[in-house]
Write a protein that binds this ligand. Structure first.
Ligand code: HPA
Ligand code: ZN
Length: 338
């Protein structure tokens, strides 16, 4: 391992943009397919990996929803979560605020409880065995209508004390945040935090809508905010956290090369950017690989990497005491690594 990779691995970090269904590795996909007698349209793990070539978000989503079809039981969701947490622990991750897509599962006939009970049990095991804390963010699929989102929020009612917030994912263009104004307002009234994917493929106007109509606490991606100087300035001044995902941006052709990734510009502008994996099984790497990719591609300094790690805790939904404990752990790590 290079010095840089070693430094990144040891750096305490939180992940704020991770779709748990996007951490389904082909090996586990095959194992669950066999366990649940679900035939896959691929003959081997290699064939699955070879199919992971995308030219845009929709290309990826089509194969991502198909892959999630092997998840059938609480045990499957538990195993999925634990496989992710082990990778996170190996990368120096201490905390994760994970997205899950209940509609992907309820639309296949699974009860709402199957996915969430399995995930919650994996999360409890990860805290006990790996010392990793985590929380859940329920994402509404934006290509579906707002009534379907309301039905999902209703199904989540018995679990509201175990759900941190709601988010908005899936096909962005043509499905602006304003389509979900009412259900986000209802989620806020229920005490939930609010986040939304905006400005990944969609225009800066969608980021404005996420801020002004949904009143989000964080923006997921947000890359295209940089096209609008007034918006960028507003994000800097308000200290809004952006959950940026470098390898995802590369694989979905949001950028052509990590050398051209806007992460360095974002840091230099003073945006509260964080570095995350999005759908690591599909995009070629977990959080450590995302840190390393931008560190090498953009020549980020150790100070830049420390800023990314600190932003991940400062922008998390942890309480202040926990945030301060993690920030102090980063300072102690940097002092020991000097
Ligand atoms: N963008 C939008 N929706 C998603 C993504 C993403 O990167 N990953 C999983 N659902
Ligand atoms: Zn995402």
């Amino acid at each position: 391992m290079t010095d840089l990779a070693h430094f990144i691995t040891g750096l305490p970090k939180a992940e704020l943009h991770l779709h748990i269904e996007g951490s389904l590795e082909p090996e586990l996909m095959f194992e669950l397919g066999q366990r649940n007698r679900i035939a896959l349209p691929f003959k081997s793990v290699e064939e699955v990996r070879a199919a992971y070539s995308f030219s845009n978000l929709q290309d990826f989503l089509d194969i991502y929803y198909q892959g999630a079809g092997v998840l059938m039981t609480e045990q499957d969701f538990h195993d999925l979560a634990m496989a992710y947490f082990k990778r996170l622990a190996a990368d120096g991750g201490r905390h994760s605020e994970m997205f899950f897509d209940p509609q992907t599962h309820t639309d296949r006939g699974l009860p709402f409880s199957v996915a969430i009970d399995g995930l919650l049990s994996g999360m409890a095991e990860a805290e006990k065995t790996l010392g990793i804390t985590s929380s859940l963010i329920l994402c509404f699929l934006r290509h579906l209508d707002e009534d379907a989102a309301f039905a999902t929020l209703k199904a989540a009612e018995p679990y509201l004390d175990r759900i941190q917030g709601v988010g908005l994912d899936s096909s962005e263009v043509g499905h602006p945040p304003s389509k979900f104004a009412k259900v986000f307002a209802a989620a806020k009234s229920a005490g939930l935090k609010l986040v939304a994917h905006a400005g990944e493929e969609g225009p800066p106007a969608y980021v404005y809508e996420a801020l002004d109509i949904l009143h989000v606490d964080r923006i997921d991606h947000g890359n295209r905010s940089l096209e609008d100087a007034a918006l960028t300035d507003r994000l800097v001044k308000s200290g809004m956290t952006l959950t940026v995902c470098p390898l995802s941006n590369l694989k979905l052709c949001v950028v052509d090369d990590l050398k051209a990734h806007p992460m360095k510009r974002m840091l230099d502008l003073g945006l509260k950017v964080t570095c995350n994996s999005d759908d690591p099984a599909y995009f070629g790497g977990y959080i450590g690989a995302n840190f390393l990719g931008v560190a090498e591609g953009l020549g980020l300094s150790r100070d830049d990497l420390v800023t990314l790690a600190k932003n991940s805790f400062a922008g998390s939904f942890l309480d202040e005491l926990s945030i301060n404990k993690h920030l102090a752990a980063i300072d102690a790590y940097v002092a020991s690594a000097a």
